[in-house]
Ligand binder design. Structure first.
Ligand code: ZN
Length: 362
């Protein structure tokens, strides 16, 4: 069975033309609900706009997921194709993250309809909203609507054959330093500079790549209003991630202790709030579903590449809800930048691999 390259590219381009920053997915969600119904799916939309389509067939359904939203606020995206590569015009993202995943899933559904095999694999297709602003659609999705227990999230870059078998836990932190204001020229000794407290705390806390499984970053810092005022308040935000939950807890604790320790010494106060953004997951290479995916990748001519990711995706939510979802590459490159691009051949190959996986069960 051949991938229809022209149809796949046309589908992708038509999706890119529908603006869909997070929280603005109404149009694309309705459009995709119609397309899935036309392809034979029994479609339902939930209150946040997630689209779920059941396709009857043999066996326990395989779950196919991609997210409909695009990162940031870019709209009016004008895709251009040069030498087999699809780019934006350079003034916006492309939105291949994750419309390439959506387009590849639609292509495989088209192929199934065309081939009309006697035995069709049962599928559950879920297009989620607001992944880019914190896995919001997946978090709202009621997984008890699914009969399937395992599947794939098409939402990664890398060579086709890439199978993401693990992703980190992540904590986000909000910090407020309360110092004491004073006139910087007349009475500096009466003040406690929140800026100095923040500088000292950030200097002593471990940041960057902590170990092969753990990272941390202070990403936002705000404070101060004039050079002649000792700054009373500084606000900061940071994050920590680790593939190991225990390591994440330890890293968040080290960051908290850095703030509190410096504040205590300098007579300031610190509010440190930590929130778990998502939980991680990890599958062994011999986990049966992972082994099956590798086998079908090979059958389609792609070398399976098992990897862990440094970032979360909707798979984190699904895997922590008891499903088994690996993330596959569609070939998307330079995502979240205006240099985002995707090779047509990679999307074609991603569809070949997905075809091999879904038809391998019948
Ligand atoms: Zn994505």
């Amino acid at each position: 069975m051949q991938v229809n390259e022209q149809r796949l590219v046309d589908t992708f381009l038509s999706l890119v033309h529908i603006d869909s920053p997070a929280k603005q997915e109404e149009a694309i969600s309705r459009h995709l609900a119609k397309m899935l119904a036309a392809l034979g799916g029994r479609v339902q939309r939930d209150e946040v706009g997630n689209v779920l389509a059941h396709f009857p067939g043999v066996g326990e359904p395989i779950i196919l997921n991609a997210h409909m939203d695009t990162v940031g606020q870019d709209t009016g995206i004008k895709p251009v194709i040069r030498d087999g590569i699809i780019y934006s015009d350079g003034t916006t993202i492309l939105g291949g993250d994750d419309k390439s995943g959506v387009a590849v899933i639609l292509e495989v559904l088209n192929m199934l309809q065309e081939a009309a095999p006697k035995q069709r694999p049962a599928l559950e297709v879920l297009f989620s909203v607001s992944e880019e602003i914190g896995l919001v659609g997946a978090s709202h999705f009621d997984t008890t609507q699914l009969r399937g227990k395992h599947g794939m999230v098409l939402d990664s870059g890398g060579p086709i054959g890439t199978i993401i078998i693990g992703a980190p836990y992540q904590d986000n932190h909000k910090i407020t330093v309360h110092g004491k204001s004073s006139h910087a020229g007349a009475a500096p000794e009466k003040g406690i500079s929140a800026i100095e407290v923040a500088a000292a705390a950030i200097t002593i806390m471990p940041l960057g790549r902590i170990d092969p499984e753990t990272t941390a970053n202070v990403g936002i810092i705000r404070g101060g209003s004039a050079t002649n005022i000792i700054t009373e308040t500084v606000y900061a935000e940071s994050e920590a991630r680790s593939l190991q939950e225990e390591k994440l807890k330890a890293q968040t604790e080290r960051m908290r202790q850095a703030w509190l320790g410096v504040a205590t010494v300098r007579g300031a106060k610190v509010d440190f709030e930590s929130r778990r953004v998502y939980n991680g997951y990890y599958f062994d290479a011999d986990q049966p579903w992972v082994a099956y995916l590798g086998e079908r990748m090979r059958a389609a001519g792609f070398e399976p590449l098992l990897k862990t990711s440094g970032g979360g995706s909707d798979a984190n939510i699904f895997n922590n809800a008891g499903l088994t979802m690996a993330v596959l590459s569609t070939g998307m490159t330079n995502v979240h930048t205006h240099q985002e691009q995707i090779a047509v051949q990679d999307m074609v190959d991603a569809a070949k691999a997905l075809w091999s996986i879904v038809t391998g069960v019948v």
